[in-house]
Design a protein around this ligand. Sequence first.
Ligand SMILES: Nc1ncnc2c1ncn2[C@@H]1O[C@H](COP(=O)(O)OP(=O)(O)OP(=O)(O)O)[C@@H](O)[C@H]1O
Length: 319
Amino acid sequence: MPESPAVEIRGLVKRYGSRAVVDGLDLVADAGRVTAVLGPNGAGKTTTVECCEGLRSPDAGTVRVLGLDPLADARALRPRVGVMLQDGGLPTGVRALEMLEHVARLHARPRDVGELAERLGLGGFARTTVRRLSGGQRQRLALAAALVGRPELVFLDEPSAGMDPQSRRAVWELVRELRDEGTSVVLTTHLMDEAEDLADRVVVVDHGAVIAQGSVAGLVASGSDRTLRFTAPAPLDAAALGSLAEALSARPGAGAARAVRPAADGGDLDYVVTGDVDARTLADLTAWCAGRDLLLSRMTVGRRTLEDVFLDLTGRSLR
Ligand SMILES: Nc1ncnc2c1ncn2[C@@H]1O[C@H](COP(=O)(O)OP(=O)(O)OP(=O)(O)O)[C@@H](O)[C@H]1O
């Protein structure tokens, strides 16, 4: 019999006042896999995860975590599920290592506290009270607290937010190890590189609903797998972008229509062409520029990213 999903959400609705911030969301997170819930600020990621953690009660729909109801079966789930909240949720008056040791004692088969603290660069802060830790250090402590009990499933809400690159790498390595050990991981993020690096499956959420899902490779291959980026000598206004898109789409047999938009991950003069990019597209772009006496300072053909997928779907940037 196939293993039941770690998380199964059907038709989830959560309202604040009259506004549905989660609006009919369906999501399945497979056991033993890393599922990334990706979306812009305010998309409803945290609210969804909090419904899974038993911290919020849904207004409609069903949520099953390890086959159980997060509210009715909270006691049974507590030792099996690790939770890292976005704001840390840690008591501030206790020392870092003491807190971790306390959490470890609540579990039957905890990880080695010292080793875990060392892995996450917390060794030097063992005797510091939580209040005096930096934001990034608190994040790492919250992650350690979520993992110390060897849970079957962990929820990580923006696990590397506010961390320096070195700590981020340590967190990512730990998440990969968790997956290798068979732990199910559900993480929220608005960092594409985090989702691209870690996730077996990405669920893209916007306005409280899922707008796309699949493996990273599957999602980026769902349209053209290439993008053409260029740097213009001066900003291009909406009329220029429209004229360029038309020029790139006009050739007979040119395939799907192409769009041109400012690059979300670049500077003010960086633009991206999406759609079916081929050798002739480059020629069409340079011909359009030549007609306007515009000398591009850079032109590169690259791989489509999750950011491109998100922009294609919503017309908005993730950040
Ligand atoms: N307790 C609350 N009362 C009223 N509105 C809320 C409450 N909690 C969240 N919201 C609103 O619900 C929406 C979704 O919030 P949520 O935190 O789930 O989004 P998110 O995708 O996790 O965003 P972020 O990436 O910024 O954390 C936001 O507009 C937020 O302001």
